[in-house]
Design a protein around this ligand. Sequence first.
Ligand SMILES: *[C@@H]1O[C@H](CO)[C@@H](O)[C@H](O)[C@H]1NC(C)=O
Ligand SMILES: *[C@@H]1O[C@H](CO)[C@@H](O)[C@H](O)[C@H]1NC(C)=O
Length: 609
Amino acid sequence: MALPIRYIFAIASLGLLSAGIYDYLKNFEENGCEMTWMFEYPKYIKIHMDDRVARRFPQYRLHIYGEGEYARKVSSLKLTGIPVLFIPGNAGSYRQVRSLASVALRKAESSRTKFEFNYFSVNLNEELVGLFGGLIQDQTEFVHECIKLILSFYAGAPKPPTSVILVGHSMGGLVARALFTLPTFDPRLVTTIITQATPHQAPAIAIDSLLNSFYDEINTYWRLHANSTLRDVTVVSTGGGYRDILVRNGLTTLKGVVSQHRGVSTSTMSVPKAWVSTDHLCAVWCRQMVLVTKRAMFDIIDPNTHQVTTDADRRMRVFRHHFLTNSGSQKHRENIPGELTLDPKIPWEVKQNKLFRFSAEKMSSTKYFAVPVIRETEESAVEIDSVIIMSNITRQDWVCACTLKEKQDRCTSCINLSAKAQSLPPNYSNKKVIRMYLKELGEATHIVVIAAHSNQKVEVVVEQYPMIERHLIFNLPGIYYYFIISYPVSVLDMAAMLQIRNDSVYYSLHLTGLDGPMRAYTAHITPRRCRKLHAAEYEGIVYTLNVPWSNESTYGFSKFRETGQFPVKVQSGKPRDAEDEAVHLEMFLHPSCSYHLKLTTSPVHVMGQ
Ligand SMILES: *[C@@H]1O[C@H](CO)[C@@H](O)[C@H](O)[C@H]1NC(C)=O
Ligand SMILES: *[C@@H]1O[C@H](CO)[C@@H](O)[C@H](O)[C@H]1NC(C)=O
């Protein structure tokens, strides 16, 4: 007896749905976060609160973090460093301060910086603040008491701090912002807030009306006072990307809540030199993110006062550098030289070609590679109008452009282009890229790459190309079409296919039609006929998926000769007022291979979305 068709259907849909749920929960690249290692035993020294506060908040505590010798030093509470207070989130533990604190202590010990950070943490009794709004008020008032107490420990310091940096995980980030709504709070006590996976827009789980009205109150306050009380308060918010299934990325943005001149919102997947999605808890200990946060915190310190700089614009430049647009340097630089002087004793090698490639196991001495800018294209060919410069030279000022005067054989100075670079994965490869139109180079005749002395392998690729050949537009068919009408066919052979010829470094595929989370694809990028010319040649290819309407770019990397698989999906739908730019998949390829790019719908991912 045949089962009625609709049962089969129901069972099949149920199967797909559970596959989707499984995908949502499990199918992300395996956890890319590295652990932060401890070198010494952590100590959370309990700080005595005065009786008034202790009676009012008997369930809450304040701790200062220490390890080894440093723990002995800070236990006296006669402090001279820079205070940082960690606020845990929903059911979070004060012990979560450990990763950030430990990395910062290590850095302060190992470097020659003349300052250190003192890390405090509040124990909020692991309350379920994400569910019940009533608790936020108490937590906020307690944190206020802690901030005042913390600053009193610096009375004997030569340059005492006037504010405390707040780092809030999850709801802890909201508590940090809620402080400003307290009638007795002095807004000068907090100028810098860093939040990790904090739902700023709305509660992640809205079951408590008190919590909703709390959100309203805080966000309205922040909107109304952006140009007055909150003028000098800078906020960084990072969401965890796909892996954070408790707090969606869209809830973590500061859009409409904090002015864009005072807030940076991004996702840990897009943060340069992190490029990992972090699940809700991993946001606090993920080493890549801890390192980025630590670097930003060191860079906002004013070298004269050894405290957080009072210049809010400068803090914003530091945060943008580390969280949004890292041009490749470890430290944010306030003054990047506009012009570089070229040393006449360093060899000058002219590299006349549309595609210039160089790689060496090490550079025993510095060299200048001068690539002439192509001004004229052969007749009947498409006009060459763009250039891509990719390298992993670690020198801060590594590329510039110059105009060679008549009768000269080399330039004596050049215009620095290094700040235009963008870091690329994989992490620790120091890879970075600049893409620009040749006309942006003005009169310049040469692009000069300064290949500095290095004991590590160095790679350089400079390619001049016609933009029109590399920007491809591909209209993705709707998922309904694939999924319902031709689902079985699509899995077998109805996939989009693209051939990419060798000798090209950059392609950008504009995916019109990918405008909401209901569509999910996988890109398979298979290298063909790779001809490695040199053993030390540049390895691997990098993909980035750029979503123009939100900060959720994703990055992928695959090794030389290996097929790369890269999810092509977005987490938030295209807003109605968004510009008409499509999601685009950028590929930084290996010029000695040709490629085969296939896009397949991914029904399991679709269900997951
Ligand atoms: C440059 O990249 C290669 C891998 O492609 C790596 O082996 C090398 O260490 C990198 N060099 C630097 C200076 O990071
Ligand atoms: C690209 O392919 C052509 C033909 O297959 C070959 O002649 C050329 O050397 C290749 N270029 C590189 C950089 O491998």
